[in-house]
Design a protein. Sequence first.
Length: 346
Amino acid sequence: MNHNDRRVPAGSTNRPHVERRLDFDRFPPLLRQALMYVEPAFFGWEASQQDRYRRDMPDAALGQLEHRLGVDDSSNDGPGSPEFDAINKANALKLPLFGIGADCFWLNEHGSGWYDMETIADLSQDHYKADPEREENKLPFMGQFYPSWCRYLRQGQLVYATLTAFHHYVGDELARLHDDLIGQLIPHRFVKGSQHGKKTDHGYLWDMQRDANGLEEQLDELQVRAWKIQSALYLRALDDCHARSSGQVFRVVESDGSEAMTSWVFDGIEAMRGVRLMHFLDDVDSRRASRRILAALLAPYRDQAEQRLRHEHKDIMHHWDPKLAKLKPRRQVVLSEQAASHLLDE
């Protein structure tokens, strides 16, 4: 399993319920009106009942709430569209209801158990226990943490962000490095196979094949070896980070050309223990370290990843024997009609 893949756990570790009271002073009028329409009795309930309801709001009620806040069924519209802007506006309006603490912090995490957690370290421990088959989770606990999406309000503005650990940041950066390097070492492109777009009883076939000018098998082998290099360095980064125990947090902001994306990189378990969900921004800002430090920490892994992959490429090109190449089972990828309408050329 790729370190970027996540096995959704069947359940999460049980924690005692921690009541998170709502701050109604932060509710905008439109949210109050929408919530009263969906559940007229809400504002008359005890605080504990209000807290439990917002954690596990029925799907039908949530749909009604979003509709009242101006969101229609337009989740497929991209950045810059009116529908996308409406979704962002509604998400900002909803945060005082669904978020917690000083920044209305909200975690896009499986289940609602995260409400009962105090720090990012609690979330890390939960990930570790809930998915024991992951390669890094077979090691002693060192702050294993799967990247998670969150949102919060900074000075009243909605921010989407990713929470991640240093070793995952290393893994992601090495995967990007290797993708680019493989493209240089064995240039290739994707072409349509004979079955691409064919309709079946279950949907449409996705049949894009790599054309590497006759080096397809060598390309496959190089990608397998690249993954092994990434995996080894990824696990080394986890161990190095734990030994370093800096307690630092790094903020990385990138853009895909349409919107900025924020990532918070936690340099080990001590950094995670120092960031409370109820005071997220105060705590990450107090531990925030320079991006230059993060670049310096990443550099040795990048250097090794490049050197080792170039060595593997040279070995493959000098010693490749097609008679010894392993046969790989061919998999069929079937797209739903909705996915096919976006990905297949009509």
